[in-house]
Design a binder for this molecule. Structure first.
Ligand code: PMP
Length: 448
């Protein structure tokens, strides 16, 4: 039967399909099937780890809620643990003076600045904090942003572009890699801490690039080792490259006063073009900063998308971070204690035959297991013994680099470190002695 336009229902559907260039069946199909989001290879990896954990009866070590401030001890599900999973390096998170500063800032400004700083989000506490950071790094100025991760992404992504070259350490944090990808610059990851290879790669590519940016970390968060800063400065100078150092795990940790890798290495901070850091570790807050020349900071303040188009740092966070920085400077004994604790734990582990990788024992000590299953099982057993340590397993690191990673704090006590090192050695020996039927595990994973 024809409708009033002279076409039957069927003919009209066909015409519509033809006009939209699609067969009716296909159109229906597209309307019904919505592929799940998430990259298939990532989903597969996550599922594999989850099923392996279940097959081996290992509890999920992720997203465990801590019920108070996580320091040398923490409470999870009502039980107290020796805690080694938090980068509360100088024990300032939860310090009554830091808490009070945050509370006072809330009373004065509220919990948000309700705008990007460039428009109407500026508060005096922002500049006070930035000036204090610039003093520590002996730079002309500094800028603070609301996320450490986003600081690397937006700053690296915004400073260099298609005609430029970024060389970063192969163990660089994800935020550095994301920033490099966002920039569109040619990106080369040089082998970890291999200065000869960096120089060779830079020499081979420098002439083809308008500008070159070398990005490294002052203290590597997985291995607890440090780069050769004097050599990096020399290489950057020789090739007319800019040098950026991520101090996320260096501030409060390295150098006599905790001023970072420059202080430890005896390098003039002015020889590094861009100092980057985070508020989430020593500074007991959340956010990121860049300390650099006034010209560079002015450029970022007026044009970096993650700053211009993002809200200003919340007042209580700025106040807590500033108070932490002030306490760090007034009480250098905290830095000394952290370094002594980390060294003590490193020695205690090594003397028991444990492999601590390349750690210098400043705050981060990995205990290499060489197997994700051994790392996960050992962390699970240690949890039962009241010791909280994170297993770092595939795919976060290559399988042979699986480990238990210990974050040390100035709050830990020597007795605790000795007891925990002994427990780790005992548990690892037990776990290694157990047979793991990898064939059966693989079959089970494949069958599911
Ligand atoms: N840089 C490094 C080296 C880091 O380890 C981290 C994360 N801990 C970040 C940047 C990102 O900082 P945030 O977690 O404060 O966003």
């Amino acid at each position: 039967m024809s409708d009033k336009f002279g076409l039957s229902g069927d003919a009209k559907a066909k015409l519509l399909a033809r006009l939209s260039n699609r067969a009716p069946a296909q159109q229906e199909e597209r309307a019904r099937v919505k592929p799940s989001l998430g990259r298939p290879e990532v989903v597969a990896d996550l599922n594999m780890v989850k099923r392996a954990g279940e097959a081996l009866a290992i509890r999920n070590p992720y997203f465990r809620p801590h019920e108070g401030v996580a320091g040398a001890h923490t409470v999870i599900d009502g039980k107290s643990y020796d805690n080694f999973v938090s980068y509360n390096y100088l024990g300032l998170n939860g310090d009554p003076r830091v808490n009070q500063a945050a509370k006072d800032a809330i009373d004065l400004y509220g919990t948000s600045v309700s705008a990007s700083r460039i428009v109407s989000g500026e508060r005096p506490i922002h500049r006070a904090f930035e000036q204090a950071l610039a003093e520590v790094y002996e730079t002309e100025d500094a800028i603070v942003l609301v996320s450490g991760h986003a600081t690397n992404v937006t700053v690296i992504g915004h400073l260099v572009g298609r005609d430029d070259l970024i060389l970063h350490d192969s163990l660089s944090h994800n935020s550095i890699v994301q920033g490099a990808l966002a920039s569109g610059a040619q990106r080369i990851a040089f082998p970890h801490n291999d200065m000869n290879e960096l120089e060779r790669l830079l020499g081979a590519s420098r002439d083809k690039a308008a500008r070159a940016l070398i990005v490294v970390e002052g203290h590597y968060s997985m291995d607890g080792d440090v780069p050769d800063l004097p050599r990096l400065v020399a290489i950057a100078k020789a090739y007319g490259a800019h040098l950026m150092v991520d101090e996320a795990h260096s501030l409060g940790v390295l150098g006599q006063r905790g001023h970072g890798i420059a202080e430890r290495a005896g390098v003039d901070p002015g020889d590094v073009d861009i100092w980057m850091g985070t508020l989430s570790k020593t500074l007991s807050g959340c956010g990121g900063y860049i300390a650099a020349s006034a010209e560079l900071i002015d450029y970022l303040k007026n044009s970096a998308p993650g700053f211009v188009y993002s809200v200003g740092l919340p007042p209580p966070v700025a106040a807590a971070a500033l108070a932490s920085l002030e306490i760090m400077r007034a009480e250098p004994g905290r830095v000394t204690k952290l370094q002594a604790n980390a060294k003590h734990f490193l020695d205690a582990a090594r003397s028991r035959g444990l492999d601590t990788g390349p750690s210098i024992g400043a705050a981060i000590v990995p205990i290499m297991t060489g197997s994700s299953i051994v790392a996960a099982r050992a962390a699970d057993r240690l949890f039962d013994l009241g010791i909280n340590v994170q297993p770092i397993i595939y795919p976060a690191v290559p399988e042979q680099a699986a480990r238990l990673r210990f974050f040390l704090s100035s709050l830990h006590e020597v007795e605790q470190l000795e007891r925990v090192a002994a427990a780790v050695a005992r548990v690892l020996a037990e776990v290694r002695a157990e047979r793991i039927d990898l064939g059966a595990l693989a079959n089970r994973l494949a069958a599911e």
